[in-house]
Design a protein. Sequence first.
Length: 230
Amino acid sequence: MPLSAESLARFAGVLADRSRVAVCLALMDGRAWTATELAHHVGVARSTASEHLTALVRAGLLVERRQGRSRYLQLAGADVAAVIEGLGAAVGERVVPSSLRRARADTRLAEARTCYDHLAGRWGVALYDTLLAGGRLSADGGLVVTQEGRRWFAAGGALPGPASGGRRPEVRECLDWTERRSHLGGQLGAALLLRALASGWVQRVDGLPRALQVTEAGHQALADLQAADS
């Protein structure tokens, strides 16, 4: 179905509100948040947050599920996350941090973070570049996993099985909003994040939902991968 001006304007209108955008950005960590948590994070009353969340669900940006008396919200999928990340990269606005705490948080997010369910930031981009340089991924005529890449992903337990199929591509480029270059998305991007967490290459940062701390093991793993290709 061709894209209409009305549908695009309607979609843009849903995001033409700072609180709704803040909700979407919070949910870029890939996890489900309660409506109460999101209201507190955005800094609005629960009733106001509920109106925003309902609008985002109706627009197809969020999905919700009920568990007991709690209402949990998540981004509707990787495609929505890619739109949000792409908008951030397209805007290109650099905001001066209002405090030292905010500056430190921004530095952590720029170094390594989640982009929905895959790795982003400088470390994520560096890992993607290394996989390309080493021939584990190929961007000739579209991004694909090479046979060498399949062996590498499988050896680390990061190669999804047939059940992980569906409409989501195996690999895709995702434009990083801080680096303005690509990091790895798709099914393998999600599997790689799980591998990085399980292997202790990165750790989640308390109080910063999307931020990741790259450990010594993570820096060493990337250095070993780069050295193997030199």
